[in-house]
Ligand binder design. Sequence first.
Ligand code: ADP
Length: 190
Amino acid sequence: MTRMLIVGPPGSGKGTQAARISERLGIVAISTGDIFRANVKAETPLGVEAKQYMDAGDYVPDSVTNRMVRSRLQEPDVQDGFLLDGYPRTIAQVEELDDILASTDQQLDAVLQLTADDDELVSRLLGRAAEDGRTDDTEEVIRHRLNLYHEKTEVVVAKYAERGIVAKVDGIGPVDDVTERIMAVLKDAQ
Ligand code: ADP
């Protein structure tokens, strides 16, 4: 049974690696970004609300995000473990997740931190923008998302580091190599 988070700046490859870890470990990957994008596409009330923040590269308000994650973590498929991708990103979200897990006597096993420097991230994200045209992948919005990560999400990692559960992995290099590095640190952490 594994309950994990994957944390990293935009463009660090979180989503790609989350899908691979989820397959290898047989746990469900939950990406808050994907859930928001699906809601935007389907024009649900949640999507309509989230879109304005996402397009500007801002975080969707904690109250909205927390409610969505709380409800997702009550579904039966996550009772045997999960990998959260892109949540928590703020201290308020850390507190919410602590509360959700405590209410069912669960705790996190590991926080995987993927690292890459800003210049590499900007060039990856601009490349992705050219490929699949995400509306939040313009250079100005990318820089803003990176700044938000430094401002709001690095403290989240620090908080988990105090608990001694952070495993840091270099996200630069071929995707397969990064996956192998991740699997190796997870094995060591057990
Ligand atoms: P990235 O990590 O590249 O920014 P994601 O797909 O993880 O991409 O997220 C896309 C957008 O969805 C974010 O910029 C933000 O607007 C919103 N979002 C995703 N997760 C959260 C969260 N935990 N809290 C607030 N907003 C979020």
